[in-house]
Design a protein around this ligand. Structure first.
Ligand SMILES: Nc1ncnc2c1ncn2[C@@H]1O[C@H](COP(=O)(O)OP(=O)(O)OP(=O)(O)O)[C@@H](O)[C@H]1O
Length: 206
Protein backbone atom coordinates (compact mmCIF):
# COMPACT_ATOMS: atom_id res chain seq x y z
CA UNK A 1 0.00 0.00 0.00
CA UNK A 2 1.20 3.50 -0.82
CA UNK A 3 -0.50 6.59 0.59
CA UNK A 4 0.57 9.86 -1.04
CA UNK A 5 -0.39 13.28 0.23
CA UNK A 6 0.36 16.19 -2.04
CA UNK A 7 0.18 19.78 -0.76
CA UNK A 8 -2.50 18.77 1.74
CA UNK A 9 -3.90 21.38 4.12
CA UNK A 10 -6.66 21.35 6.70
CA UNK A 11 -8.64 24.31 7.95
CA UNK A 12 -11.24 24.39 10.68
CA UNK A 13 -13.31 27.55 10.16
CA UNK A 14 -10.65 30.25 9.64
CA UNK A 15 -7.78 28.38 11.29
CA UNK A 16 -5.30 26.46 9.18
CA UNK A 17 -4.12 23.47 11.25
CA UNK A 18 -1.42 22.56 8.73
CA UNK A 19 -0.63 23.38 5.09
CA UNK A 20 1.45 22.11 2.18
CA UNK A 21 1.90 18.65 3.64
CA UNK A 22 3.54 16.49 0.98
CA UNK A 23 4.61 13.01 1.98
CA UNK A 24 4.45 9.38 0.83
CA UNK A 25 3.84 6.51 3.25
CA UNK A 26 4.63 3.17 1.67
CA UNK A 27 5.27 -0.55 1.94
CA UNK A 28 5.99 -1.81 5.42
CA UNK A 29 7.35 1.50 6.73
CA UNK A 30 6.74 2.63 10.29
CA UNK A 31 6.01 6.35 10.61
CA UNK A 32 5.49 8.62 13.61
CA UNK A 33 3.55 11.89 13.35
CA UNK A 34 4.94 14.04 16.16
CA UNK A 35 4.01 17.37 17.68
CA UNK A 36 2.64 19.04 20.80
CA UNK A 37 -0.99 18.96 21.95
CA UNK A 38 -3.33 20.58 19.48
CA UNK A 39 -0.76 20.69 16.66
CA UNK A 40 -2.82 18.54 14.26
CA UNK A 41 -1.41 15.00 14.57
CA UNK A 42 -4.78 13.43 15.08
CA UNK A 43 -6.33 15.54 12.33
CA UNK A 44 -3.68 14.39 9.86
CA UNK A 45 -4.25 10.75 10.80
CA UNK A 46 -7.99 11.23 10.35
CA UNK A 47 -7.42 12.69 6.89
CA UNK A 48 -5.30 9.65 5.99
CA UNK A 49 -8.00 7.32 7.32
CA UNK A 50 -10.75 9.20 5.49
CA UNK A 51 -12.58 10.28 8.67
CA UNK A 52 -11.87 13.95 7.90
CA UNK A 53 -11.82 15.60 4.51
CA UNK A 54 -8.83 17.79 3.68
CA UNK A 55 -9.36 21.44 2.73
CA UNK A 56 -6.74 21.57 -0.04
CA UNK A 57 -4.39 19.23 -1.89
CA UNK A 58 -4.70 15.56 -2.85
CA UNK A 59 -4.65 12.24 -1.04
CA UNK A 60 -4.08 9.12 -3.14
CA UNK A 61 -4.02 5.44 -2.26
CA UNK A 62 -2.24 2.86 -4.37
CA UNK A 63 -2.81 -0.84 -3.69
CA UNK A 64 -1.13 -3.57 -5.79
CA UNK A 65 -0.06 -0.82 -8.17
CA UNK A 66 -3.64 0.25 -8.79
CA UNK A 67 -5.35 3.40 -7.59
CA UNK A 68 -7.71 2.66 -4.73
CA UNK A 69 -10.77 4.93 -4.43
CA UNK A 70 -10.60 6.77 -1.11
CA UNK A 71 -13.90 5.24 0.05
CA UNK A 72 -12.37 1.75 -0.35
CA UNK A 73 -9.28 2.47 1.76
CA UNK A 74 -11.21 1.72 4.93
CA UNK A 75 -11.28 -1.99 3.99
CA UNK A 76 -7.49 -2.08 4.02
CA UNK A 77 -6.74 -0.35 7.29
CA UNK A 78 -7.47 -0.74 10.99
CA UNK A 79 -7.54 2.17 13.40
CA UNK A 80 -6.94 2.63 17.12
CA UNK A 81 -8.06 6.06 18.34
CA UNK A 82 -9.59 7.56 21.46
CA UNK A 83 -12.60 8.82 19.45
CA UNK A 84 -13.48 5.35 18.12
CA UNK A 85 -15.87 3.87 20.62
CA UNK A 86 -16.50 0.20 21.25
CA UNK A 87 -20.14 -0.87 21.39
CA UNK A 88 -20.79 -0.69 25.13
CA UNK A 89 -23.79 -3.03 25.12
CA UNK A 90 -21.79 -5.96 23.72
CA UNK A 91 -19.65 -8.47 25.57
CA UNK A 92 -16.06 -8.87 24.39
CA UNK A 93 -17.09 -12.07 22.60
CA UNK A 94 -19.92 -10.22 20.82
CA UNK A 95 -17.57 -7.34 20.03
CA UNK A 96 -15.17 -9.70 18.27
CA UNK A 97 -18.07 -11.42 16.42
CA UNK A 98 -19.37 -8.00 15.30
CA UNK A 99 -15.91 -6.96 14.12
CA UNK A 100 -15.66 -10.16 12.04
CA UNK A 101 -18.60 -8.97 9.94
CA UNK A 102 -16.28 -6.29 8.56
CA UNK A 103 -12.73 -7.58 8.83
CA UNK A 104 -11.05 -10.98 9.27
CA UNK A 105 -8.41 -11.66 11.87
CA UNK A 106 -4.85 -12.63 10.96
CA UNK A 107 -4.76 -16.26 9.77
CA UNK A 108 -4.50 -18.80 12.58
CA UNK A 109 -5.87 -16.55 15.34
CA UNK A 110 -9.25 -17.26 16.94
CA UNK A 111 -11.04 -14.48 18.83
CA UNK A 112 -10.57 -16.41 22.09
CA UNK A 113 -6.83 -16.71 21.49
CA UNK A 114 -6.59 -12.99 20.74
CA UNK A 115 -8.43 -12.18 23.98
CA UNK A 116 -5.91 -14.36 25.84
CA UNK A 117 -2.91 -12.65 24.18
CA UNK A 118 -4.11 -9.18 25.24
CA UNK A 119 -4.94 -10.33 28.78
CA UNK A 120 -8.72 -10.13 28.44
CA UNK A 121 -9.60 -13.83 28.64
CA UNK A 122 -11.47 -13.34 31.92
CA UNK A 123 -13.53 -10.56 30.34
CA UNK A 124 -14.78 -12.74 27.48
CA UNK A 125 -18.41 -12.64 28.61
CA UNK A 126 -18.27 -9.22 30.28
CA UNK A 127 -20.11 -6.25 28.78
CA UNK A 128 -17.75 -3.60 27.42
CA UNK A 129 -19.60 -0.94 29.46
CA UNK A 130 -18.15 -2.61 32.55
CA UNK A 131 -14.57 -2.63 31.28
CA UNK A 132 -12.00 -0.32 32.85
CA UNK A 133 -10.53 2.29 30.50
CA UNK A 134 -7.32 0.25 30.16
CA UNK A 135 -9.31 -2.90 29.33
CA UNK A 136 -11.16 -0.97 26.61
CA UNK A 137 -7.86 0.17 25.16
CA UNK A 138 -6.55 -3.41 25.13
CA UNK A 139 -9.71 -4.43 23.28
CA UNK A 140 -9.23 -1.61 20.72
CA UNK A 141 -5.61 -2.67 20.18
CA UNK A 142 -6.63 -6.31 19.79
CA UNK A 143 -9.32 -5.54 17.22
CA UNK A 144 -6.95 -3.40 15.14
CA UNK A 145 -3.64 -5.21 15.39
CA UNK A 146 -5.15 -8.65 14.77
CA UNK A 147 -7.19 -7.42 11.79
CA UNK A 148 -5.85 -8.89 8.58
CA UNK A 149 -5.09 -5.55 6.90
CA UNK A 150 -1.89 -4.06 5.44
CA UNK A 151 -2.20 -0.65 7.18
CA UNK A 152 -2.50 0.25 10.87
CA UNK A 153 -3.29 3.80 12.00
CA UNK A 154 -2.61 4.30 15.69
CA UNK A 155 -3.64 7.50 17.45
CA UNK A 156 -2.21 7.69 20.98
CA UNK A 157 -2.28 3.88 21.18
CA UNK A 158 -1.17 3.60 24.82
CA UNK A 159 -3.91 5.89 26.21
CA UNK A 160 -5.03 4.51 29.59
CA UNK A 161 -2.58 1.60 29.54
CA UNK A 162 -0.52 0.76 32.62
CA UNK A 163 3.13 -0.38 32.46
CA UNK A 164 2.16 -3.96 31.57
CA UNK A 165 -0.24 -2.66 28.93
CA UNK A 166 2.47 -0.52 27.35
CA UNK A 167 4.84 -3.52 27.33
CA UNK A 168 2.06 -5.57 25.73
CA UNK A 169 1.55 -2.92 23.03
CA UNK A 170 5.28 -2.90 22.24
CA UNK A 171 5.32 -6.70 22.06
CA UNK A 172 2.30 -6.73 19.73
CA UNK A 173 4.06 -4.26 17.46
CA UNK A 174 7.19 -6.44 17.40
CA UNK A 175 5.28 -9.69 16.84
CA UNK A 176 2.58 -8.65 14.36
CA UNK A 177 3.44 -5.36 12.67
CA UNK A 178 6.85 -5.93 11.07
CA UNK A 179 5.34 -6.58 7.65
CA UNK A 180 2.73 -3.82 7.70
CA UNK A 181 2.54 -0.08 7.11
CA UNK A 182 2.09 1.57 10.51
CA UNK A 183 1.45 5.27 11.17
CA UNK A 184 1.41 6.43 14.80
CA UNK A 185 0.22 9.83 15.98
CA UNK A 186 1.82 10.50 19.34
CA UNK A 187 4.03 12.58 21.54
CA UNK A 188 5.10 9.66 23.73
CA UNK A 189 8.18 7.69 22.78
CA UNK A 190 6.80 4.53 24.34
CA UNK A 191 4.20 4.62 21.56
CA UNK A 192 6.39 5.49 18.57
CA UNK A 193 9.89 4.29 19.55
CA UNK A 194 9.78 1.57 16.87
CA UNK A 195 9.12 4.07 14.05
CA UNK A 196 12.11 4.87 11.85
CA UNK A 197 10.44 7.77 10.04
CA UNK A 198 9.52 10.89 12.01
CA UNK A 199 7.20 13.60 10.69
CA UNK A 200 6.98 16.84 12.63
CA UNK A 201 3.61 18.43 12.07
CA UNK A 202 4.96 21.81 13.17
CA UNK A 203 7.05 21.83 9.97
CA UNK A 204 3.78 22.28 8.04
CA UNK A 205 2.36 25.46 9.53
CA UNK A 206 1.97 27.94 6.62
N1 LIG B 1 -13.95 19.43 14.55
C1 LIG B 1 -13.13 20.44 14.85
N2 LIG B 1 -13.55 21.71 14.75
C2 LIG B 1 -12.73 22.75 15.04
N3 LIG B 1 -11.45 22.60 15.40
C3 LIG B 1 -10.98 21.35 15.53
C4 LIG B 1 -11.78 20.20 15.26
N4 LIG B 1 -11.02 19.09 15.45
C5 LIG B 1 -9.81 19.53 15.82
N5 LIG B 1 -9.77 20.87 15.87
C6 LIG B 1 -8.61 21.71 16.20
O1 LIG B 1 -7.52 21.31 15.39
C7 LIG B 1 -6.31 21.43 16.12
C8 LIG B 1 -5.54 20.12 16.03
O2 LIG B 1 -6.23 19.14 16.80
P1 LIG B 1 -5.70 17.65 16.86
O3 LIG B 1 -6.67 16.85 17.68
O4 LIG B 1 -5.42 17.17 15.49
O5 LIG B 1 -4.31 17.82 17.63
P2 LIG B 1 -3.29 16.76 18.19
O6 LIG B 1 -1.93 17.18 17.72
O7 LIG B 1 -3.72 15.38 17.85
O8 LIG B 1 -3.41 17.02 19.75
P3 LIG B 1 -3.25 16.08 21.04
O9 LIG B 1 -1.78 15.79 21.20
O10 LIG B 1 -3.76 16.95 22.14
O11 LIG B 1 -4.09 14.86 20.82
C9 LIG B 1 -6.69 21.87 17.52
O12 LIG B 1 -6.53 23.26 17.60
C10 LIG B 1 -8.15 21.51 17.63
O13 LIG B 1 -8.85 22.36 18.50
Amino acid sequence: MTISLNQVGKRFNYDWIFRRFTYTFSGTGHYAILGPNGSGKSTLLQIISGHHHHSEGDVQYLFNEQTLPSDRFFNHCAIVAPYLELVEELSLQECFDFHLHFKSFLPGFSPREIARIVGLEKAWKKQVRNFSSGMKQRARLALAIFSDVPVLLLDEPCTNLDGDGIALYQQLIRDYCGNRLVIVSSNDEAEYGFCREHIRINDYKQ
